[in-house]
Write a protein that binds this ligand. Structure first.
Ligand SMILES: [Zn+2]
Ligand SMILES: [Zn+2]
Length: 494
């Protein structure tokens, strides 16, 4: 049974309605590793729905978290914003409402491309709207109890000045530099490292992470949550969160799904030099979203994933084969709002190059190679073609790339032996217009054998005559795509 189905069955034993939480801090570019959280949730959501249950994904963007430090991609002036909530810091490009939105917007676009429906909650908006107010009061009233739980579970002593609530300093704007002195029904008195003493209501500050997490389980009625292994480690925030949820807020912690990290092999632009990650938004421009989904969904969450974009073509082959066999991972990787086109991606990589990415020519070749594309499938074909082109430009190994040369270019570039010319003429004379890829492939062998030429030499002669080099795409498919009449005419003129 697929892992997502197994989890769905477990969850449906608890209830037929679920709210699955996901949470990512938009403090920088959101990357592939973060995506595992979203796709794990999405696979489970679909598995629940496929069994007649109801499920929703809530994506909590931690926009109220402080900027921890000035990251290498930030200009020097951002030094002064360290410690301030991400939602209150200006956006680096000046085109977004805030620093948080700058990184959130492309990520939300990516989720849409990947077909992941989410209810978006921004932490700063939740706090400012008072959604946490009740939980903050409960946490402050139970400060010692929470501190005890933290000490017992983590083994670390809580500072005497520790408070579950962190008000924003009215003077310096920082959220991680204040100490709560006392509290009442409306807010807290605090003193800040900057020397300022003030009073803050419960809407301009936030709970520290280990308390915020269990609080939101209750506020948003969360029943399931994927989490990275750091949160799930012994003494980690899920361990403390479970106890705080039950003992302080009186809520049941969500069903946890612990996932491992994803590593991207350093290739081309995805090579991360220090601190630079490939944003998900860029990835979904280069890799077809079904493939991105498949990378993650076919692997059990607790297993580590190493992904090499250069092997994407093999991965897509596997995906397409799996889909044809009705494999569950492949099925869960399809984007349901898109009409799937059954032209293999590998074929499009070759066809696109032959057609020089001209759509009419592509359609002509597809027709010749017996693929039908209906009017309503056309937008999807165009989308797939764009992905094939971008992949070829960014990641394809050199041997995948080719250019059809003119006869003149071929003659200027390469020389043919008498044996090669003899083979090409003999082969050309046997070509029939309606030959399929396998027949063309077989004919190369047969002709070579009859003439006493090694097959490798025969294939090489064909590539030389068309591409001016010793290798090319799988010959049968390649010649079928070019059209037997075109190939015949070319070979006879060598
Ligand atoms: Zn911006
Ligand atoms: Zn201050």
């Amino acid at each position: 049974m697929h892992w997502a189905d197994k989890i769905a069955e477990d969850l449906l034993k608890i209830s037929d309605k679920h709210r699955i939480a996901t949470g990512i801090t938009p403090s920088g570019h959101i990357h592939l590793g973060n995506l595992r959280e979203m796709l794990t949730a999405d696979a489970v959501r679909r598995a629940i729905e496929d069994r007649g249950g109801k499920a929703k994904i809530v994506y909590i963007a931690d926009t109220f978290d402080p900027l921890r430090r000035r990251y290498p991609f930030l200009p020097e002036e951002y030094e002064k914003y360290v410690g301030m909530p991400l939602s209150e810091i200006p956006c680096p490009c000046k085109g977004h409402e805030s620093y948080a939105e700058h990184f959130l917007e492309p990520f939300l676009e990516s989720l849409d491309i990947l077909g992941i429906d989410v209810e978006v909650k921004r932490a700063d908006k939740m706090y400012k709207a008072g959604e946490y107010e009740e939980a903050i009061k409960i946490a402050l009233a139970n400060r010692d109890k929470i501190a005890n739980i933290l000490e017992e579970v983590t083994g670390k002593k809580c500072d005497e000045k520790w408070s579950p609530f962190m008000p924003i300093c009215e003077n310096c704007g920082r959220i991680n530099s204040t100490v709560v002195l006392d509290f009442d029904d409306k807010g807290v008195h605090y003193v800040c490292e900057c020397g300022y003493e003030g009073y803050s209501d419960y809407r301009s500050g936030k709970l520290g992470w280990r308390v915020d997490w269990p609080a939101r389980w209750g506020i948003l009625k969360i029943t399931c949550e994927p989490m990275g292994k750091d949160h799930a480690a012994a003494g980690g925030s899920y361990d403390t969160g479970k106890r705080i949820a039950r003992e302080v807020f009186g809520v049941e912690p969500p069903y946890p799904i612990v996932y491992e990290w994803i590593h991207l092999k350093g290739v081309g632009p995805m090579k991360g030099s220090k601190g630079i990650v490939v944003p998900v938004r860029e990835m979904v421009d280069i890799l077809p979203p079904e493939a991105v989904r498949y990378i993650i969904i076919r692997t059990r969450p607790e297993r580590h994933i190493d992904f090499d974009p250069a092997s994407l073509l093999d991965l897509i082959d596997e995906f397409e084969e799996a889909l044809a066999k009705g494999d569950r991972s492949a099925e869960l990787s399809l984007i349901r709002k898109i009409k799937h086109v059954e032209v293999p991606f590998r074929h499009l990589v070759v066809v696109g190059q032959i057609a020089e990415w001209n759509l009419d020519k592509v359609l002509e070749i597809l027709k010749r190679t017996r693929y039908s594309v209906s009017e309503e499938q056309l937008p999807e074909l165009i989308r797939k073609l764009e992905y094939a082109k971008r992949w070829l430009e960014k990641f394809a190994p050199e041997k995948m790339k080719f250019e059809i040369l003119s006869l003149e270019e071929v003659k200027n570039k390469v020389e043919f032996s008498d044996e090669e010319i003899k083979f090409l003429k003999e082969f050309a004379s046997k070509l029939k217009d309606d030959m399929r890829a396998e027949e063309l492939h077989g004919l190369v062998y047969e002709t070579a054998k009859n003439l006493g030429i090694k097959p490798a030499k025969a294939f090489r002669a064909i590539y030389k005559a068309i591409l001016g080099k010793n290798y090319g795409p799988r010959a049968g498919y390649f010649m079928e795509s070019l059209g037997a009449d075109w190939v015949r005419e070319r070979l006879l003129k060598i």
